[in-house]
Design a protein around this ligand. Structure first.
Ligand code: AMP
Length: 420
């Protein structure tokens, strides 16, 4: 199928050709006709499936249908999304796909002064892309009215819930006109999300692609067991591999992300961190440096990384395993996008073994383990002991080898059987 068969108008088809898209993705193929028929939609699709275009393309088309309003005086579409990065990316999508149309869009989010956003609102906006906090703030200040919104998109609903935005979402929905078209997207559909969807949608059509439990098969996944203290060395070791041209590294905490960046610098690997404690400008700068290839490693926390869309991301490395199994799927979904192959390495220390079990249960398969890397965990039966004069003893259950800098090796007597 090509985009023409979806009955998209020529200005949009031209923009898609410029983007180099030849065929719609499955979620686009399914969702675009539904949205063009003015129906409500419940979309179960994760990032990387092309879901942004799945709603942006038909919205641009619907807003371009007669009677066309070129005054830009009222907000006709509201897209609510959890993070600034996602908001920016959605804004970029509207700009790219709508480049031959006369619609105006604006992206608003918190953490930056509101002056420029307020001025842009005064100048007129057709499509508003917003994060919940700043939207409510500007609504309370009467800079924004939602009374003319015809199409409402709730993006990444499950993440809204994770991030504690559900109350803000409900408040926003309460201020929307009752008569509207609503599009609801979520990567997962736990009962709470289903309940929220029921309060927002009217007779929705359902579209489901790549359920979260079936991790994209094109991603090559590996586990490396390692002691917590050795993770930084293992990371530096892996990143020195020349075949890794762009890697996104996940840590559980902001502090952890900063620490990884520092340690990598010591090992001669240039990296930058993005997380909620960094200013919006610093995050954008790091992201741009990563996109342009200035730095090959970006270290991120889950919230900051949500929605990061980088073409040709070759590797995702889980420095820490996530506590929530579904987050693993979101993380590795950053690679292997839009048909590209991807590789995901996950470090697992002793304390994370239960997290690994939960992940494998969710994705329904065992993740292959890479053995024989230079930093095996101390409970693996291989213990490294550094001796004076650079001699190193490697004890195994069946032999003792002593390595010296001249790479001479000998094996000592087999030690008595021992419980390792
Ligand atoms: P999304 O799931 O919206 O985050 O999109 C994931 C990536 O796929 C983005 O880089 C899009 O630019 C890209 N993309 C979206 N639709 C298509 C398409 N039909 N063909 C090729 N790439 C696409």
């Amino acid at each position: 199928m090509d985009f023409k068969e979806l009955h998209l108008i020529p200005p949009i088809l031209d923009a898609l050709a410029t983007e180099g898209y030849t065929q719609p993705t499955p979620v686009q193929e399914a969702a675009i006709p539904i949205i063009l028929k003015h129906k409500d939609l419940l979309g179960c699709a994760q990032t990387g499936t092309g879901k942004t275009a799945a709603f942006a393309l038909p919205i641009l088309q619907l807003l371009s249908e007669p009677p066309i309003d070129n005054s830009h005086k009222t907000i006709k579409t509201l897209v609510l999304t959890p993070t600034r990065e996602l908001a920016i990316q959605i804004g970029e999508s509207f700009a790219a796909y709508g480049k031959h149309l006369r619609l105006k869009h604006l992206v608003i989010f918190g953490g930056v002064p509101q002056g420029a956003q307020v001025r842009a609102l005064h100048a007129g906006v057709d499509i508003l892309v917003a994060t919940p906090g700043r939207l409510l703030d500007l609504m309370d200040q009467k800079y924004i009215s939602l009374k003319d919104v015809k199409i409402f998109v709730l993006d990444e609903a499950d993440r809204m819930l994770d991030m504690g935005f559900i109350h803000d979402v409900k408040k926003t929905v309460a201020r929307l006109p009752v008569k509207r078209q609503s599009l609801f997207f979520s990567a997962t559909m736990p009962p709470e999300i289903q309940k929220l969807a029921n309060t927002i949608l009217v007779n929705p059509e359902k579209v489901e692609v790549t359920p979260v439990s079936s991790t994209a098969d094109k991603i090559d996944q590996h586990i490396l067991f390692v002691d917590k203290k050795d993770k930084k060395k293992l990371l530096a070791f892996i990143l020195k591999d020349k075949s890794i041209d762009r890697a996104l590294v996940f840590t559980r905490t902001k502090h952890g992300a900063d620490k990884v960046v520092k340690d990598l610098y010591k090992d001669g690997v240039r990296a930058e961190a993005i997380h909620g404690n960094k200013s919006q400008n610093a995050r954008q700068r790091a992201l741009n440096n990563f996109k342009t290839g200035e730095i090959k490693v970006l270290v991120a926390t889950d919230i900051a990384a949500r929605g990061i869309d980088i073409d040709l991301l070759s590797h995702v490395i889980n420095f820490d395993l996530p506590e929530v199994a579904e987050t693993y799927v979101h993380r590795i979904g950053r690679t292997g996008r839009a048909g590209a192959d991807g590789i995901a390495f996950s470090f697992c220390d002793e304390e994370e073994k239960d997290d690994l079990k939960a992940i494998e249960k969710l994705i329904g398969k065992k993740i292959p383990v890479i053995e024989g890397h230079p930093f095996p965990p101390s409970d693996s039966g291989t213990v490294r002991i550094n001796l004076p004069k650079n001699k190193e003893v490697v004890k195994r259950p069946d032999a003792v080898s002593v390595k010296n800098p001249n790479k001479k090796k000998f094996y000592g007597n087999k030690p008595k059987p021992k419980k390792w």
